[in-house]
Write a new protein. Structure first.
Ligand code: HEM
Length: 302
């Protein structure tokens, strides 16, 4: 579906795509080092973490995609408007239905930080559509980069069957994430921005990362609160693991010993990256119905 022929462009220091990468470098590292993302990199994400993450992502993408749709003709949005290739909302809804059932809308919970993020997206959708590129970049290019790897880790950690509750990570309209990222960067660079607006976009990108970091931190806080509440309610570990599906999943993931070669250094070398996972399972892998070939690994990183 990548209809545009990708022209190889030489990036210069003044290109928006380069500047945005430079100004967000430090907060990217901080985002990677949040407890939630570290759990991902260790390969020990839990079902509770993933479900809560999906709830927040749903709210965020709903607001982001509404803002992009309603400003799709704006000169700063039109070049980076790729709903067919990138839109995540529908996938998130299906994933949520998979985990929470048909009445998932009544069940989803989001922390205060997610509400702040959503508020900001709605506000700029109304008042500063030229800043939307910063938010679209932060989420979509992130999803097309580390996100692919996170999909595989989620599948492996939770022992999910191919595609089950994992549609968020899959981009059927993007055959090559790296080529698509190149196209996206060249489109970003074609946006005409005066000095002040450009500065505004760069500041907004840093803010977008900050908002994501706050969401991850708040999610983690919510999880520890949920855990301590559950602990005080539950009389014994045996009962806990046999009476609830939610807690059964925690029990399963607790038995996983996972070592991942997703060390930050490796991921940032721009070279071919493999994930190698050693597991100690109480059950054989097949019982978890694992199909590890569902997500394609980019062969090279741009
Ligand atoms: C486990 C956590 C993460 C890992 C391992 C990771 C890894 C990566 C990798 C390997 C790249 C490609 C780097 C390159 O092409 O130079 C990348 C790019 C990117 N990531 Fe992450 N990432 C993580 C979390 C995040 C988060 C939480 C966000 C934002 C919410 C994010 C946003 C981005 C963006 C926007 C890019 C594109 C950079 C560019 O090409 O300009 N990442 N990430």
């Amino acid at each position: 579906m990548e209809t545009q022929k990708i022209i190889s462009v030489e990036l210069t220091d003044s290109d928006l795509s380069e500047q945005i990468k430079v100004v967000t470098k430090d907060c990217h590292v901080r985002a990677e080092n949040t407890e939630l993302m570290l759990a991902y990199q260790r390969g020990d994400i839990t079902m509770e973490q993933y479900k809560l993450l999906l709830c927040s992502l749903h709210e965020i993408y709903q607001a982001l995609e509404e803002a992009l749709d309603s400003n799709s003709n704006h000169s700063c949005v039109a070049p980076i408007y790729f709903p067919l290739e990138l839109a995540r909302l529908e996938s998130l809804e299906k994933d949520l239905e998979h985990f929470y059932g048909h009445n998932w809308r009544e069940k989803i919970v989001v922390p205060a930080a997610t509400k702040r993020y959503v508020h900001r997206l709605r506000q700029i959708g109304k008042d500063n559509p030229e800043y939307l590129v910063a938010h679209a970049y932060t989420r979509y290019l992130g999803d097309l980069s580390g996100g692919t790897v996170l999909g595989r880790i989620t599948q492996k950690s939770l022992g999910l069957k191919s595609g089950e509750g994992l549609l968020f990570f899959s981009f059927p309209g993007v055959s090559s994430p790296n080529r698509f990222k190149q196209l996206y960067r060249s489109r970003m660079n074609s946006i005409e921005l005066n000095h002040e607006d450009r500065k505004g976009v760069l500041d907004e990108a840093v803010r977008a990362f900050e908002l994501n970091i706050q969401v991850f931190d708040d999610l983690q806080k919510m999880l520890s609160e949920m855990k301590s509440e559950t602990k005080s309610d539950m009389p014994s570990k045996m009962e806990r693991e046999s009476t609830s599906e939610k807690l059964h999943m925690t029990g399963c993931t607790r038995h996983l010993t996972t070592h991942s070669k997703l060390a930050q250094g490796e991921l940032h070398t721009h070279t071919h990256t493999h994930t190698h996972t050693i597991r100690t399972l109480k059950k054989p892998m097949t019982e978890f119905g694992s199909n590890l070939n569902n997500f394609s690994f980019p062969q090279e990183r741009s």
